[in-house]
Design a protein. Structure first.
Length: 393
C-alpha cells in the first residue's frame, strides 16, 4: 500500500503539516511547515521541534530577528512576570512599539546586531530629536533584553558594551534640565489660583513636593492632623493594560509607589495645615450634597462625583490656568522641582531633601544643586559696590 502524502515539490512527494509556533514582532502568527515521508514522520518532526521550544532550546536561532525575539521576550516572559507591574509592562511595550518596531533594526537578525549598529541607532534617534532620557530608558530595556538573549544562547555577548548615550556635550541634558518657578512666579501663581478649582491641590503640591500620582492617591486616612504629616504608601496610576493578543484596556488603579524609598512620611508646613482643613470641609460638603459617606477611604482630591481626579484632565486644566494668567506653561512636575530648589536655597541638606522627595539616592537629588550656581553668582555681584575705583590703563 503506497504511503499517503499531501504535498509535492521538485517532483518529490511529502506529507506536510503546518503549525503556528509563535508571533512576529507585529503580532501576526509565525507558521512553520514540517515535511515527512509520511504523516507519522512529519508529526514526529513537529513534536520534536515543539518540545525543543517548550524546553527553551533555541531552534532557528540563526534566523531570529531582534524584533521577533524581543516581542516574544516582552509578551511571553515580562508580561506575566510577578516582578513587574502592568503599568511598567505598558511602558516597556510602548518603548518597543516606538523605538524598535518601526526602525530597520527590528528586522536585523539578532546575531548581526553589533555594537556599531546599536551606536548608529542611538545616534539616529538623537538626531531625530529624541531626548537623552528616552534613549537612556531604551538602553536600559535593551540591556535586560540582551541579557535574556545571552541566557537563551541567541548571542554570545551584549552588543551594548562600548556604546555611548548621545547628549550635547557640556550642558545639562534635556531630561535633567529643571524648569522651576522663580520667587516672582510663585507669587504670581498664588494670586492666579485664588479662584481656581484645584487651588488647594496646587498649594499642597508646591508645599510638600509630592508627585502627582501620590497626590491623587491620597485618602483622608493618610493625613495626620495631630502630627502634621502625610503618609505616602500608594499612588494613583492610569495606564494601558496590554493583553496577550496586544489588545489594550485603559486602567486607573491604586498601586504601591515606584520604589520602597517612595514610601515615606512627609511633614506638612504649619502654614499649610489650614489648607488641608479647608479641603476636608469642602469634601465633606460635597459628600453630603451627593448623599455619599465621608470616610477615611475618601480621596483627598475628588471629582464632582467624589471619585478620584483624572490625571490627564488635571494637567489640561492646570495648563489652561497658567495660560489664562500669563504664566509660562510648565509640566505639573515643576511644582515638585520648585519645592526641592526652595529647600536647597534655605540651606536644607541634600540628604534630608532626598528623604522628603522619596529618592533612592542623593545622586538623584543633586541635580537640583545647579540652582545654587545662579544664587552664588547673584551673591558675589553684590560686592560690586566695593570696587568703585578707576582701573589704570
Amino acid at each position: 500500500m503506497p504511503t499517503k502524502t499531501n504535498y509535492t515539490t521538485h517532483g518529490v512527494n511529502y506529507f506536510r503539516i503546518r503549525v503556528t509556533v509563535g508571533k512576529q514582532s507585529d503580532g501576526t502568527p509565525i507558521i512553520k511547515a514540517f515535511y515527512g515521508k509520511s504523516k507519522k514522520d512529519a508529526e514526529r518532526k513537529r513534536d520534536e521541534y515543539l518540545n525543543q521550544l517548550r524546553l527553551g532550546l533555541n531552534v532557528d536561532f540563526d534566523k531570529a530577528t531582534l524584533g521577533e525575539v524581543m516581542y516574544t521576550w516582552l509578551f511571553d516572559f515580562k508580561r506575566i512576570s510577578e516582578n513587574i507591574k502592568p503599568a511598567t509592562f505598558s511602558r516597556y511595550e510602548g518603548v518597543y512599539r516606538k523605538y524598535i518596531k518601526p526602525y530597520p533594526i527590528a528586522s536585523l537578525k539578532l546575531a548581526d546586531v553589533k555594537t556599531v549598529v546599536i551606536q548608529r541607532f542611538y545616534n539616529t534617534l538623537f538626531e531625530e530629536g529624541h531626548t537623552t532620557a528616552s534613549i537612556r530608558y531604551l538602553n536600559s530595556l535593551l540591556r535586560s533584553f540582551f541579557n535574556f538573549a545571552i541566557e537563551q544562547d541567541y548571542i554570545v555577548k551584549s552588543p551594548l558594551r562600548g556604546t555611548t548615550i548621545p547628549s550635547n556635550t557640556g550642558e545639562i541634558t534635556k531630561d535633567r534640565k529643571l524648569d522651576v518657578y522663580t520667587d516672582t512666579e510663585i507669587e504670581q501663581l498664588q494670586t492666579a489660583i485664588q479662584d481656581y478649582v484645584h487651588r488647594n491641590l496646587i498649594l499642597i503640591a508646591i508645599g510638600t513636593g509630592i508627585r502627582q500620582g501620590e497626590l491623587l492617591g491620597l485618602q483622608w486616612k493618610h493625613i495626620d492632623f495631630t502630627q502634621k504629616t502625610i503618609t505616602i504608601n500608594q499612588t494613583l496610576k492610569t495606564y494601558s493594560k496590554i493583553k496577550a493578543d496586544s489588545s489594550r484596556e485603559l486602567i486607573t488603579e491604586l498601586q504601591t509607589p515606584k520604589s520602597r524609598h517612595s514610601i515615606r512620611t512627609v511633614p506638612i508646613p504649619k502654614n499649610l495645615m489650614h489648607i488641608f482643613k479647608q479641603q476636608e470641609q469642602e469634601t465633606q460638603i460635597k459628600a453630603l450634597s451627593l448623599g455619599l459617606p465621608f470616610t477615611p477611604e475618601t480621596f483627598v482630591f475628588t471629582n464632582s462625583n467624589l471619585s478620584y481626579l483624572d490625571a490627564r484632565a488635571l494637567l489640561r486644566s492646570y495648563k489652561r490656568m497658567l495660560k489664562r494668567n500669563g504664566i509660562r506653561e510648565r509640566d505639573f512636575h515643576s511644582l515638585r522641582h520648585t519645592y526641592a530648589t526652595q529647600l536647597i536655597r534655605r540651606g536644607i541638606s541634600i540628604e534630608v531633601i532626598a528623604e522628603l522627595l522619596g529618592h533612592s539616592s542623593t545622586d538623584i537629588t543633586r541635580i537640583y544643586t545647579h540652582i545654587l550656581e545662579d544664587d552664588k553668582q547673584k551673591a558675589v555681584e553684590r560686592l560690586n559696590d566695593m570696587f568703585t575705583f578707576t582701573v589704570k590703563s
